[in-house]
Each structure stands twice: as structure tokens, then as C-alpha cells.
Design a binder for this molecule. Structure first.
Ligand code: 13P
Length: 337
């Protein structure tokens, strides 16, 4: 393991006001997104859609890494330049989703465990040769009146740690993503309680698997009310609870934390990140790794039409820039207009 290289990669991804574009939707998931804009999902329409983001001029001022799906890592720009090389030339680190999805956890109704460890060492070696320098693995934790079980948390944390150790062995920075879902009617306090337990378990497993925390990026959920909760906590409460939970659980040796958006609106996701960075005294780079919160407006504007390609790029650049400002704590709501 080359720790200096891992640290440098992590800082390129989330240092210097930059964040990550999560564009690693699996083929079924991107198909669902395309259905909302009445666009057929084909290899070429998916390629062109991703190209819209990658070729947005100036995106590299705000974006330090892009998470790709296997298919996209092997695709090229319309001019024939492989996407990983195109991104790397812009100073954007190409990354790859390596888990194979959350599958039902046997014996535990309503819970999942993320799969993809078998053969992972060889897959990582191939991805490295194709230009990937970081990877992503997403664990999914569901909240209801009784869930999650301790066993589900442990099984997912164990898999995250095994994945992380393999990544570092192959000189790939692992994005460690334990997502506590926002689905449901739970309170913000319940989200904090569960996320505390999840992060404690994840860092214990990372330590036991000899993962070097200086060479990872954590991708957590924010501490937020369930999407269907009655009295949803306001933005300041979200920011304060999230920082409290992270400070309790995330060692300062972790170089960067990049949030997922998890179903928040684009504006909420930006505002929450900004409020946290405005609080100051944050020991990590506190950034974004948004999928929906970066893609929602460009997706709708593009709507599968070449005529809207550059308008889609402008919409993406706007969100990327506002999130970069939020990383610095310099965003203001009026900038949305
Ligand atoms: P969202 O920001 O849409 O939650 O996606 C981020 C991601 O990569 C989920 O794994």
C-alpha cells in the first residue's frame, strides 16, 4: 500500500473546495431515472447523458472526483477519448462503484446486506489498470420501529471493512458509505441514535481490518428527520446534530467526509452542507458526494434531447458551483435565483 498516494488521491477528491459527482447508477437505476423524462435507456443514451456532465466546461473547478459504473468506466467521449483518461486529464479522479448491491439479509426480514466481496481483489486490480483510483461501496441501513438489528449493522460494517482493506491493498481509496436511509416517519433523534451506532461499529471494524484511516473518504448520511416525519427538524438542527454525531465518531485522521444527498432536495443538500461548514472548527474536509442533488435539475432540463445538452451542462455547473461554495461555508440562498 502506498499511503502517500492514497492521501493525495483523497485530497484531490475533496480538498480545495471540491467534491464528488456520484454518477454510478446501475443500469436498472439509471433506467428508472430515464423513465421520469420519457427517455429510453440504451448504452448510447447512458453514455451521452454521462458525457454531458463530464464535458461541462469548468466543472473541474468544483468537482474533484466522479464515481462511475462499470459500463461507464469502459466508455469514451464522442471524440473517442476513454472517460477515465478524459477526467484524469482535467484533474478529476475517476472512481468506480464496486459493490453489487444490497440484497435481503437471510433470517432478517426487511434488512439487507451489501454484496460484492467475492473476486473483489481481481476486479480492483483491473479497475486500477483502467484508471480508477478510488472506489465506492454502499451499505444500506433501514430504520423503522424496531430496525435496524445489531446483527444487520455488524454484517454491513464487516463487509465495508473487508472491502476497504482490499481497496487500500490495491492502492485505491475506499469511499466508506454506510447509508442510514431517510425513508419513513422517524424523528431526527432516532436517525442520530442509529447513525451513532452504525458509525461506531464501522470504525471498530475498520480498525480490526487494519484499514488506514488516513487513506479513506467517509460518505455518511446527514442526521435528518425521516422524509415522512410530521415535524421535520429545521436546517440548523440538521447541521448541529450532524456535526455532533460526526465529532463523536469520526477520528480526525480521516482526511475527508463527503455526504450523500439521500433524497434531500438539491437546495436542502447544499444549504445543510453550507451551515455545517459555517460552524467552523471542523477537523476534516467536509464536502459532498451527491448523486440526485447534483443531477436532478440537469436530468430534467436535458430530457434526452440534444437540443438541451448545453442547458443541462449549465444547470449542472450551477449546482456544482453552489456546493463548492457550501464546502467553503460561503453559500447564500439568494444565489439560487
Ligand atoms: P444520492 O446523493 O442521490 O443519495 O446518491 C449518492 C450515492 O452515491 C448513493 O450511493
Amino acid at each position: 500500500m502506498n499511503l502517500d498516494a492514497l492521501k493525495a488521491t483523497a485530497m484531490t477528491m475533496v480538498g480545495d473546495g471540491k467534491g464528488i459527482l456520484a454518477a454510478d447508477e446501475s443500469t436498472p437505476t439509471i433506467g428508472k431515472r430515464f423513465e421520469t423524462i420519457n427517455t429510453e435507456s440504451t448504452e448510447e443514451s447512458r453514455r451521452r447523458y454521462r458525457e454531458m456532465f463530464f464535458t461541462s466546461e469548468g466543472a473541474n473547478n468544483y468537482i474533484g472526483g466522479v464515481i462511475l459504473f462499470d459500463e461507464t468506466l469502459r466508455q469514451s467521449t464522442s471524440d473517442g477519448m476513454p472517460f477515465p483518461k478524459f477526467l484524469d486529464d482535467l484533474g478529476i479522479v475517476p472512481g468506480i462503484k464496486v459493490d453489487t448491491g444490497a440484497k435481503p439479509l437471510a433470517g432478517h426480514n426487511g434488512e439487507t446486506v451489501t454484496e460484492g466481496l467475492d473476486g473483489l481483489r481481481d476486479r480492483l486490480a483491473e479497475y486500477y489498470s483502467l484508471g480508477a483510483r478510488f472506489a465506492k461501496w454502499r451499505a444500506v441501513i433501514n430504520i423503522d420501529d424496531v430496525l435496524p438489528s445489531d446483527f444487520c449493522i455488524k454484517a454491513n460494517a464487516h463487509a465495508l471493512a473487508r472491502y476497504s482493506a482490499l481497496c487500500q491493498e490495491q492502492n485505491i481509496v475506499p469511499i466508506v458509505e454506510p447509508e442510514v436511509l431517510m425513508d419513513g416517519g422517524h424523528s431526527i433523534e432516532r436517525c442520530e441514535e442509529v447513525t451513532n451506532k452504525v458509525l461506531k461499529t464501522v470504525f471498530k471494524e475498520l480498525q480490526e481490518h487494519a484499514v488506514n484511516l488516513e487513506g479513506i473518504v467517509l460518505k455518511p448520511n446527514m442526521i435528518i428527520s425521516g422524509a415522512k416525519a410530521n415535524n421535520r427538524a429545521n436546517s440548523n438542527t440538521v447541521a448541529e446534530a450532524t456535526i455532533r454525531c460526526l465529532k463523536e465518531n469520526v477520528p480526525e485522521s480521516v482526511p475527508g467526509i463527503a455526504f450523500l444527498s439521500g433524497g434531500q432536495s438539491s437546495e436542502e443538500a447544499t444549504e445543510h452542507l453550507d451551515l455545517m461548514n459555517k460552524m467552523g472548527d471542523i477537523p476534516w474536509e467536509l464536502s459532498f458526494s451527491y448523486g440526485r442533488a447534483l443531477q436532478a435539475s440537469p436530468l430534467n432540463i436535458w430530457s434526452g434531447s440534444e437540443d438541451n445538452f448545453s442547458a443541462g451542462q449549465q444547470a449542472f455547473l450551477k449546482r456544482a458551483k453552489l456546493n463548492s461554495l457550501a464546502h467553503a461555508g460561503e453559500y447564500q440562498k439568494e444565489m439560487e435565483d
